[in-house]
Write a protein that binds this ligand. Structure first.
Ligand SMILES: Cc1cc2nc3c(=O)[nH]c(=O)nc-3n(C[C@H](O)[C@H](O)[C@H](O)COP(=O)(O)O)c2cc1C
Length: 158
């Protein structure tokens, strides 16, 4: 899996007035009609027992430069939503992290155990995309990276 580059997202939810969230690379699209997306969360996750109670969750597609956010939302013991994290409630009260390239808000569609992970499927109800998105934050070979923007490639070719 080290050789499979993956986009980095943070899954968030509001559960009884308390924001919860964790970093994930297992995010993917599932279906267009209806619009379904999915992620996997380890059964051993200490966030999952709370997150599993959420009927709605958010997906933040992180951009290049948000390595610190990805690391904080993967750190046990950290207050992930305390400063320097900047966030605000979005549609249906879902916590949205500032600076993400795009946000999805999803209604929980299904969750089932597969091996030692839970496959969580959500139906996308809202999408918010930055007007001028940065390149994405990727995880590859055990570290964070990104891709060269098309504009940069274009200038290099000229
Ligand atoms: C780049 C990266 C990707 C991750 N992807 C996943 C994932 O897809 N699923 C998962 O359960 N955990 C993933 N993790 C680990 C979670 O963030 C993990 O749940 C967290 O480190 C432990 O905190 P928790 O007990 O609150 O879950 C990833 C961590 C990093 C740094």
């Amino acid at each position: 899996m080290r050789h499979h580059p993956a986009g980095v997202v943070v899954i968030t939810a509001d559960v009884g007035g308390r924001p919860v969230g964790l970093t994930a690379t297992s995010f993917t699209s599932v279906s267009l009609h209806p619009p379904l997306v999915s992620f996997y969360v380890a059964d051993s996750s200490t966030t999952w027992p709370t997150l599993r109670r959420a009927g709605v969750f958010g997906v933040q597609l992180l951009g290049a430069g948000q390595e610190d956010v990805a690391t904080r939302f993967a750190s046990r013991g950290a207050d992930r939503f305390a400063p320097p994290t900047v966030w605000s409630p979005g549609p249906d009260g879902v916590p949205l992290l500032d600076g993400a390239v795009a946000h999805l808000v999803c209604a929980r569609h299904d969750a089932r155990m597969v091996g030692d992970h839970w496959l969580v499927i959500g139906e996308v109800t809202h999408t918010l995309v930055l007007a001028d998105p940065r390149p994405p934050l990727l995880y590859h070979r055990g570290g964070f990276t990104t891709v060269a923007s098309r504009e940069a490639e274009h200038h290099r070719e000229r």
